[in-house]
Design a protein. Sequence first.
Length: 155
Amino acid sequence: MEYILMISIMLHLLSFYLIILLFQRQKLKGETSGQTAARDIEDLLLAYTTEMKENNEALVKELQDKSRNVSTESPRPARKEISNPKPADTISEKQVSGESDYKPPAVAREPQEKIETSQTAQVLSLSNQGFSIEDIARKLNMGKGEVELFLKFYK
């Protein structure tokens, strides 16, 4: 019986030793995989920022080329200096009497766009004007029940 007990203790010690070895290997492997993951992420971010920088430089160059093309194709008109033909001391007779040649510009009136109202608004408007349900249905090409429904819903 002592013999079996000694073998059992030795096997337990061996198993504890192997468990410790496996735990240490797993720990080292976890550290190296974490370090490689961090390195991979760092490399990926570096590549991404480099690509963004190259794209930005290309965009800046393209914009500068376009602005040069625009400036060479259509030169800006030269500014005209307005010279005063009359001295400031001279006042014309029209200015003294209050007459002037100035006429304000006419305001161009654009025709107002016709605003379409919804069927509901038309039904309510005709109802407020005193039309009967049958008359409203006939004018708007709607069913009598539909007009009644609109009126019941909004009253």
